[in-house]
Design a protein around this ligand. Structure first.
Ligand SMILES: NC(=O)c1ccc[n+]([C@@H]2O[C@H](COP(=O)([O-])OP(=O)(O)OC[C@H]3O[C@@H](n4cnc5c(N)ncnc54)[C@H](OP(=O)(O)O)[C@@H]3O)[C@@H](O)[C@H]2O)c1
Length: 329
């Protein structure tokens, strides 16, 4: 598996990581612990060294499972987890909280559940409007000095927030949604990250499954599946957005690949410091996704894809209204 550096930080990871959220939440049901451990270890055997998790996934379950899976392989992998929410006793109330004392509590819990003495990449999960980003960056800087954390990351942060944080503690990676059906980071964020030497980790690189061609207008989601609440996954939006999948399927057929592989190869072709983290709960899909690292899209291919994208008008917001406020601050 090829490796990539996340910006100028020196943090080297596999060219594709594994997004572990879906093993514990989001696209229910959660995967049985033994199966999840087997999948994570299979990923390591196939060269994946970058694992994306969060305290709030599960909540806590995801860190527990990934910690168990990676404990015997700890020296071979980079573990990225996230802080920044209050998790209520019912495990449901998830209010933003990036106060320094809360970050300190979170790091201890994450270290314990991950069964490790250091977190390789510690992201603020969402920007907290009540806590200056300088205080957050300063707290993580202290944790790095104490040896509990190696690198600092931000999620869905706007350009000014990235700049301000980076001035206090260099940011190793920004994680935000980026894919063939959500290209906003190209406007302001990617040029900024290039200037600062910050790596970029696209989440939901397969459009939460849509870009693989396996989700149709008539697909129904379980009540507890996050996509049930997302406007972009309403039947009407799926129907309207079908054109993108048809185009992707045609492009994939020409190259004897799959739509998922084109979607991932396209992301990796944008910048050498971009490391997508597709999520899957299935070994055959993990293998399909990892094979995307072997696909090299030529400038002509990229131009063809760009031209094709220009003919598609994507319909539907990517988050329900209640969560829109959490992005791009
Ligand atoms: N911090 C955040 O706010 C945030 C938000 C979302 C995600 N993330 C991170 O980003 C990671 C990836 O994002 P994501 O899981 O939302 O979306 P994604 O990677 O775009 O898509 C995952 C979905 O696609 C399916 N899938 C994966 N590979 C496939 C293939 N080759 N063919 C057909 N279907 C396939 C998976 O189902 P199966 O399991 O059935 O294969 C799953 O439903 C997460 O695991 C998480 O670590 C972060």
């Amino acid at each position: 598996m090829q490796k990539r550096y996340l910006g100028k930080s020196g943090l080297k990871v596999s060219a594709l990581g594994l997004g572990c959220m879906g093993l514990s939440q989001g696209y229910w049901p959660a995967t049985d612990t033994r199966q999840a451990i087997a999948l994570i270890r299979a990923a390591v055997e196939r060269g994946v060294t970058f694992f994306d998790i969060a305290e709030v996934y599960g909540p806590y379950l995801n860190e527990d499972v990934v910690g168990k899976a990676l404990k015997p392989l700890r020296d071979r992998v980079v573990i990225a987890t996230k802080f920044g929410f209050n998790i209520g006793n019912d495990n449901k109330q998830q209010m933003l909280n990036s106060r320094p004392e809360h970050i300190r509590e979170a790091v201890e819990g994450s270290l314990r559940r991950l069964k490790t003495d250091v977190i390789d990449l510690f992201y603020q999960h969402r920007v907290d409007p009540d806590v200056p980003i300088e205080d957050v960056a300063g707290t993580v800087k202290d944790l790095i000095a104490e040896g509990k954390v190696k690198h600092f990351g931000l999620l869905e942060a706007g350009a000014q927030t990235v700049r301000r944080a980076h001035a206090i503690q260099p940011v190793t990676a920004l994680q935000s949604e980026y894919s063939l059906w959500w290209r906003e980071p190209e406007q302001e964020i990617l040029p900024l990250l290039k200037e600062l030497g910050v790596g970029f980790v696209p989440f939901s690189p397969l459009g939460r499954g849509f870009l693989t061609g396996t989700i149709k207008a008539e697909t129904t989601f379980a009540e507890s599946d996050f996509r049930k609440t997302v406007p972009r996954f309403s039947a009407d939006a799926l129907k309207a957005n079908e054109k993108l999948v048809i185009l992707l399927t045609e492009l994939a057929a020409e190259r004897h690949t799959t739509p998922a592989q084109i979607a991932l190869a396209w992301l990796m072709a944008q910048k050498p410091w971009i490391v997508p983290i597709p999520g899957t709960t299935k070994l055959h899909r993990l293998e399909e996704n990892l094979a995307a690292t072997e696909i090299i899209l030529t400038p002509a291919d990229l131009q063809k894809i760009t031209q094709a994208l220009e003919t598609v008008n994507i319909v539907g917001e990517r988050y329900p209204a209640a969560l829109q406020a959490h992005v791009g601050r």
